[in-house]
Design a protein around this ligand. Structure first.
Ligand SMILES: Nc1ncnc2c1ncn2[C@@H]1O[C@H](COP(=O)(O)OP(=O)(O)OP(=O)(O)O)[C@@H](O)[C@H]1O
Ligand SMILES: [Mg+2]
Length: 467
């Protein structure tokens, strides 16, 4: 505390030195009374988020918005708070002055004039203007987005229908291979902070992910986790309900910035004619239709940058069925394989579902998972753990049995042959893939293993998986 106080006194004195310091004033109302100044509002939100205030301020104003989970606070009138950015020290003061004619005039409306004053050393002005103020605006927009309702949109013949989005999936609730969550989050962070980078390089500020792997391995759950991590709205594009390229473009234009545009099961949602056949976007009868080139334009054509900071996520059970044109970097920048449950992923699920970090059965389970000839999806494991959530012993025994038993095995020739094909065919291009290096090795090693899913899904004739 003494050190803090000493530093802030020194800081005060530095500022009083006069010409070494500089002040910027942000009024609540823009000059000429053009309504409220947006920057003033954003600074209020930003300053209220500075946790240092809880330690340094003697007085704070505290409030809670209707339906808000968290308590917010703001500076008391005419008090100051310090902040730092890129190694530069600044201070904010919330200045409130009573208007002279307001005291005795009940018709004067707002009786006070409010502003924020930002003080910093002159030598730092290039960092503050505009980088620090941009930072303040971004942080405040992020805070507001986190506390506001988000939406899930689905297309219905040319229009988006809106529902509230409240999927509980997060990177913490997902069981992924070692390091995968961190790599995806790091990529998302780089993307989110990349506005200047994308603009400087003349690139549209968007990124594409392809999630691929067997059913029940967490592709849809990962999409929800990504949307929650980014605090983005989700547009779930159902291609079977898009009649032609023009409608696809119109849907794209209606989407907002900071959103995830999802196309699930891209390989089986519609039969897209290849580019050569469909250059004109018309069929033999001359009527317009949805084509691969329409979809490619959707992902990286001129219209795809009509809203900024967007993620395109496509999912498939069969990556090899997708036209390579759609998979190239720039369209699908990262290919993420979600595969069968590894021991690392299992431990995460045991922790999440049963609350256990270790157990005498873990060693045996690890051995079984590595050596067993059976592959189990995270969805199948989740089902066992949920059913036995009150009894970790029973849950683990059942998981062990699942890896040791061949009763419920569905031997999927389709998937095995596809994987074997992959193995025998030399790769034509290098995939920018997450999880491929480790997980595809796993899937190759395991490619002749039988597949144990839940009893009902996937190979029992779910229509979306049939050609
Ligand atoms: N990696 C995972 N970690 C935690 N839970 C998982 C994981 N994968 C699947 N699950 C569980 O299984 C259920 C089904 O998963 P999800 O719908 O994400 O699979 P999917 O890969 O999208 O399947 P499909 O290819 O059939 O669409 C989820 O609700 C979740 O509870
Ligand atoms: Mg899915």
């Amino acid at each position: 505390q003494y050190i803090d106080r000493g530093l802030s006194m020194l800081w005060e004195r530095l500022f009083r030195c006069g010409d070494s310091s500089m002040e910027i004033e942000v009024d609540e109302r823009a000059a000429g009374n053009h309504g409220l100044n947006e920057l003033y509002r954003q600074i209020g939100v930003y300053v209220g988020s500075l946790r240092s205030a809880l330690n340094t301020q003697a007085r704070l104003k505290v409030y809670r918005w209707v339906d808000a989970a968290a308590i917010s606070f703001s500076l008391h009138d005419n008090e100051s708070i310090d902040d730092s950015f890129d190694g530069v020290h600044v201070s904010w003061t919330h200045c409130v002055m009573e208007k002279e004619n307001a005291r005795n005039n009940p018709f004067c409306g707002d009786s006070a004039q409010r502003s924020f004053t930002l003080r910093f050393l002159k030598r730092d002005r290039e960092i503050i203007l505009p980088a620090y103020l941009d930072h303040v605006s971004k942080v405040s927009a992020d805070i507001e987005r986190k506390s506001s309702q988000r939406f899930l949109y689905t297309n219905n013949y040319g229009n988006w229908e809106e529902a509230s989005f409240s999927h509980p999936s997060t990177f913490d609730s997902l069981a992924l291979d070692l390091g995968m969550a961190e790599r995806i989050k790091a990529d998302l962070d780089t993307f989110s902070n990349g506005k200047t980078f994308y603009h400087r390089n003349g690139r549209a500020w968007k990124r594409g992910y392809l999630l691929y792997g067997p059913p029940g391995t967490g592709k849809s759950s990962l999409i929800a986790a990504i949307a929650n991590y980014m605090q983005f709205d989700v547009y779930d594009l159902e291609l079977t309900k898009v009649s032609d390229n023009a409608e696809l473009k119109s849907l794209l234009i209606q989407t907002s910035a900071k959103s995830v545009i999802v196309v699930e099961d891209i390989d089986c949602s519609v039969k897209l004619s290849n580019r050569e056949d469909a250059k004109e976007g018309t069929d033999r009868q001359g009527s317009s239709k949805l084509t691969l080139s329409g979809l490619l334009n959707f992902v990286d054509g001129l219209w795809s940058c009509s809203g900024e900071e967007r993620l395109f996520i496509f999912t498939t059970n069969f990556k090899e069925r997708i036209d390579p044109a759609l998979l190239r970097p720039g369209r699908m920048d990262m290919h993420i394989l979600l595969s069968y449950c590894t021991f690392h992923a299992f431990k995460k699920m045991a922790n999440n579902y049963l609350g256990i970090q270790d157990h005498p059965k873990f060693l045996e389970l690890q051995e079984s998972m590595t050596k067993s000839s059976v592959q189990v999806t995270p969805a199948a494991i989740a089902e066992i753990l949920i059913r036995n959530q009150d009894s970790p012993d029973m849950a683990l025994s059942e998981v062990l049995t699942a890896f040791q038993t061949h009763v419920d095995i569905v031997d999927d020739e389709n998937i095995s042959t596809k994987h074997m094909d992959d193995e025998n065919t030399p790769r034509k291009h290098v995939d920018p893939t997450v999880g491929d290096e480790t997980a595809s090795k796993v899937s190759h090693q395991k490619s002749k293993r039988p597949y144990l899913g839940l009893k009902m899904p996937f190979f029992c004739g779910k229509s979306k998986h049939q050609d």
